[in-house]
Ligand binder design. Structure first.
Ligand SMILES: *[C@@H]1O[C@H](CO)[C@@H](O)[C@H](O)[C@H]1NC(C)=O
Ligand SMILES: *[C@@H]1O[C@H](CO)[C@@H](O)[C@H](O)[C@H]1NC(C)=O
Ligand SMILES: *[C@@H]1O[C@H](CO)[C@@H](O)[C@H](O)[C@H]1NC(C)=O
Ligand SMILES: *[C@@H]1O[C@H](CO)[C@@H](O)[C@H](O)[C@H]1NC(C)=O
Ligand SMILES: *[C@@H]1O[C@H](CO)[C@@H](O)[C@H](O)[C@H]1NC(C)=O
Ligand SMILES: *[C@@H]1O[C@H](CO)[C@@H](O)[C@H](O)[C@H]1NC(C)=O
Ligand SMILES: [Cu+2]
Length: 816
């Protein structure tokens, strides 16, 4: 039972939770804690879920619907201590605005770096592309979280674009210690390249500027009139309401000469939404030179014909010797198919609103700075520019199950006949995931009543530091399926027990050009974590020619919708009862057996056997229908003599086979797609399985998970990391117009305690109900109903947080 030493209630504002001890950490905390929250100080409960003390709601005080006051939005106080939060902030909190400012000032003071501000960043000068907190080493963090002492030093890790250096490079730098910086040095580690060839850099605002300043004027001058004649549209920015939009497809470096940087540019009508308005005009640009004035337009593709240069295209077009395209800019009527405007007739015929979800007693979770607490779960989170949302230190019943859970990469590999689609392979982290998480719409993207957080980051792509509003949301989700239930019926022994499945859901949605990825991390009452990706948004397409048919269904007039594979990489640093773990599989096999009990009957049956993986190479897992397995992390201590050890299982069925041969072209940049799970020993610098360079670096990947595996470390009784790859093949269909839908395309993996608890942890849930006959012999004559609130009506009005009037006044949070 809980010990309640003193139950004092405080409502304290942001900066009051922490003593301002006059150092800049105090400042940091003030900045980081965005919300007002409630705390109960001096509450020393070990089993906090037993304490559902509601501060703001008076139970049993039924108010009739119309008069009901809004459901509480305050989180309910928990037994979280400032010391615990302070330590978590010290090690996991992203860089604060002050810290970012200090790093910029420090780097600008180093004359030899010649750092310019993002707005002056060009392809041929030096600027800071991104920065984020460099996490301290894991054992150091765990020790500090547990025992306190001196906090690990805080350092920033940065990518510097050094286009002004000779040779030009991108370099990974470490700057620290914060707040009193004394060094900025290039990182030097064996795990990855930290001096990166400049031609592997991701697209940046600097490069887009160069395209508008140097490339498009050239194109406009040479063939602007041809584009107008063919498409009734002009290149941006001087195009009025008849604009072309462009997209770029980098060519994986493994497919082009060493040291070169090339991309296909392809064009679309700039209407809602452009990717469903592809045109038959593309050109290939050699972008190797740091001076964008020296970029060369090589091949040109138009009306399904190829030309050696812009000049060649122009000459042949003028001489009339080629096929020509004649299209008119889509009218709003013609463009309607691709817009998300309502279609008639509206359903349902009358305005009847969809069911909603609400929290009758207010949210049952707290978000305090970077700390999340929900019933028996606790964890930390951060959002970084390059990695996006990461969860750390995930605890259930105060024992850590997972040290880190995060998405690593999103790769989409297209096929097609036209030049750009043939090489269209995207690795979306190039777009900086952290900056793509923003603008969640309450009531649609997350339920009414969800909590939202804003993030703050520095990237050159966003012109320096800025706030990203509504980047992540948190809500408790009622799945409306029993997590467990049993109804025993009949004349004797009748009973019922059941529990509805709810989970804390931590959600972010990443929009990268055309696609939207909903990423959910869900925490359930039985100790299971589900990680789910749902895909929506617009298809990638190409202008339809019959040659596209093998690759791209012809889904609308001129549209061939490109077939593609989606792959998602995740990292799960699972720790079973500490960090010294093993990985084994339970192999399910079938054999012919002679019945040992006589009768001489032979029969087939399944059995399982344990198979311990001893090295990284041995541990790679490729799904094989013929060899079913359970994949388990387990502790090495206290293994029962009989039976299976305390374990955590990884489970999924959302795998897709990477069909490109190993090591060929872009495949070489995404070696994690070869395996459904790869297991590696924790190494401080092997912290990611992909990088922002993946789209370009196939010739010699900056981060290469295959190398993590190939050194073939022993993995028995080590700290282990699982790299998990979900995937699916997508052949587009007409119902993907205008958008692809999440339902039907969702993919999940589960982290499942296995022999970890003595019994189902959800047995402690107050959300359950149990019904037993008052008289066992007369089960129909009334029963004892045990419940904690299920029978009570809600006494408050559900929140409606759909921000219509705000949006009508100010739509900054959604569109900025
Ligand atoms: C940083 O330097 C200031 C003086 O410039 C000093 O007061 C402060 O204690 C230092 N902080 C740390 C963490 O060393
Ligand atoms: C590519 O060129 C670089 C120098 O620019 C050289 O160091 C590297 O070895 C070359 N790689 C291959 C595969 O030829
Ligand atoms: C970028 O920020 C600078 C100030 O830091 C500002 O002067 C400039 O106008 C900004 N540029 C854009 C495109 O917003
Ligand atoms: C491991 O499990 C034992 C009991 O099963 C527990 O006492 C101990 O605290 C656990 N250790 C860690 C590091 O979780
Ligand atoms: C799948 O397992 C079966 C049975 O062990 C084996 O014969 C087959 O080669 C495996 N398939 C692949 C693709 O590894
Ligand atoms: C609009 O909202 C943003 C935050 O989303 C705020 O920064 C800005 O000041 C608001 N603008 C006006 C005119 O109120
Ligand atoms: Cu798709």
């Amino acid at each position: 039972m809980a010990q309640e030493s003193s139950k004092t209630q405080f409502c304290i504002e942001d900066n009051m939770l922490y003593k301002d001890d006059n150092n800049s950490r105090g400042t940091r905390n003030k900045e980081t804690i965005l919300k007002c929250f409630l705390v109960i100080v001096g509450f020393q409960s070990l089993t906090l879920f037993l304490i559902l003390v509601s501060i703001c709601v008076v139970r049993n005080n039924v108010i009739s619907g119309a008069d009901a006051s809004p459901c509480p939005t305050n989180t309910i106080a928990r037994d979280i201590g400032p010391i615990e939060i302070q330590r978590e902030l010290d090690v996991f909190a992203e860089l604060t605005p002050d810290e970012i400012e200090m790093v910029i000032k420090y780097l600008q003071s180093l004359d030899y770096l010649k750092i310019v501000s993002p707005s002056h960043g060009m392809t041929n000068n030096n600027f800071i592309h991104s920065m984020e907190l460099k996490l301290a080493e894991k054992t150091r963090i765990l020790d500090y979280l547990k025992n306190g002492g001196t906090p690990p030093k805080r350092e920033a890790t940065l990518f510097l674009f050094l286009g002004g250096n000779s040779p030009p490079t991108v370099e990974e730098y470490v700057v620290g210690p914060l707040p009193n910086i004394t060094y900025a040095r290039r990182l030097n580690v064996a795990a990855r390249k930290t001096i990166i060839p400049y031609h592997f850099r991701p697209f940046s605002t600097a490069e887009f500027k160069a395209i508008f300043m140097f490339l498009f004027p050239k194109v406009r001058l040479d063939v602007g009139w041809i584009l107008e004649e063919s498409y009734q549209a002009k290149l941006p920015p001087y195009c009025g309401d008849h604009c072309l939009r462009f997209s770029m497809t980098p060519i994986a470096s493994a497919l082009i000469p060493n040291g070169t940087r090339k991309a296909w540019f392809w064009f679309l009508y700039d209407v809602e939404f452009s990717t469903l308005h592809p045109l038959d005009f593309q050109f290939l640009v050699d972008m190797t030179n740091v001076d964008a004035r020296k970029w060369v337009i090589e091949d040109v593709w138009y009306a399904n014909q190829i030309f050696k240069s812009l000049g060649d295209f122009k000459t042949k077009y003028e001489s009339g010797s080629i096929d020509k395209t004649r299209m008119s800019f889509p009218s709003s009527e013609e463009g309607k198919f691709s817009s998300l405007s309502f279609r008639e007739p509206l359903v349902p015929e009358k305005q009847l609103r969809a069911p909603r979800q609400f929290d009758p007693d207010g949210p049952r979770f707290d978000i305090i700075a970077n700390h999340i607490q929900y019933l028996e779960w606790k964890m930390n989170f951060r959002v970084t520019a390059t990695a996006g949302l990461q969860l750390f230190n995930i605890r259930f019943r105060n024992e850590m199950l997972v040290y880190e859970l995060s998405m690593q990469e999103v790769a989409v590999l297209y096929s097609g006949n036209n030049p750009a689609s043939r090489v269209m392979n995207y690795a979306d982290s190039a777009g900086l995931f952290g900056t793509r998480c923003r603008g969640l719409l309450p009531g649609v993207d997350c339920p009414s009543g969800a909590k939202y957080i804003d993030t703050y980051m520095y990237t050159s792509n966003e012109n320096g530091s800025r706030i990203f509003e509504k980047a992540v949301c948190f809500f408790e989700h009622n799945s409306n399926i029993p997590l467990r239930r049993h109804r025993a019926y009949g004349r004797s022994g009748a009973f019922y027990g059941g529990l509805v499945a709810t989970s804390l859901t931590v959600r972010t949605i990443i929009s990268v050009v055309n696609y939207d990825y909903v990423i959910d991390f869900m925490f359930y009452a039985h100790g299971v974590i589900e990680t789910k990706v749902s895909m929506t948004g617009y298809l990638g397409t190409a202008f339809f020619f019959p040659d596209e048919e093998p690759y791209a269904p012809h889904i609308y007039k001129d549209i061939a919708a490109l077939m593609h594979d989606h792959f998602f990489a995740f990292k799960a640093d699972i720790d079973v009862n500490g960090t010294s773990n093993r990985f084994e599989s339970l192999d399910i096999k079938n054999r012919l057996e002679t019945d040992p009990w006589g009768g001489g009957k032979n029969h087939f049956q399944n059995y399982f056997s344990r198979s311990l993986r001893t090295s990284e190479k041995e541990a790679v897992y490729r799904f094989n229908f013929s060899t079913p397995k359970y994949l388990m992390f387990s502790q090495n201590r206290n293994v029962p003599a009989n039976g299976l050890p305390r374990s955590i299982r990884i489970h999924s069925k959302d795998w897709a086979k990477q069909l490109i041969p190993e090591g060929y072209g872009f495949e070489n940049a995404v070696p994690w797609t070869r395996y459904q799970i790869a297991l590696t020993k924790y190494k401080y610098e092997e912290d990611r399985c992909s990088s922002i360079f993946t789209m370009w670096d196939a010739a010699d990947p900056v981060v290469n998970v295959q190398k993590y595996i190939d050194d073939n470390d022993g993995i028995v009784d080590e700290d282990l990391i699982a790299w998990i790859t979900l995937g699916t093949h997508h052949i587009p269909q007409t119902e993907n117009i205008p958008n692809a839908n999440t339902v039907g395309s969702q993919m999940s993996f589960f982290i499942i305690p296995f022999n970890y608890f003595e019994e189902d942890p959800s047995m402690n849930s107050r959300d359950a109900v149990r019904i037993t006959p008052r008289d066992k012999k007369q089960p129909l004559a009334g029963a004892i109903v045990e419940e904690y609130g299920a029978a009570e009506p809600a006494t408050c009005q559900p929140q409606n947080s759909f921000p219509k009037s705000l949006l009508e006044r100010n739509s900054t949070f959604l569109f900025s």
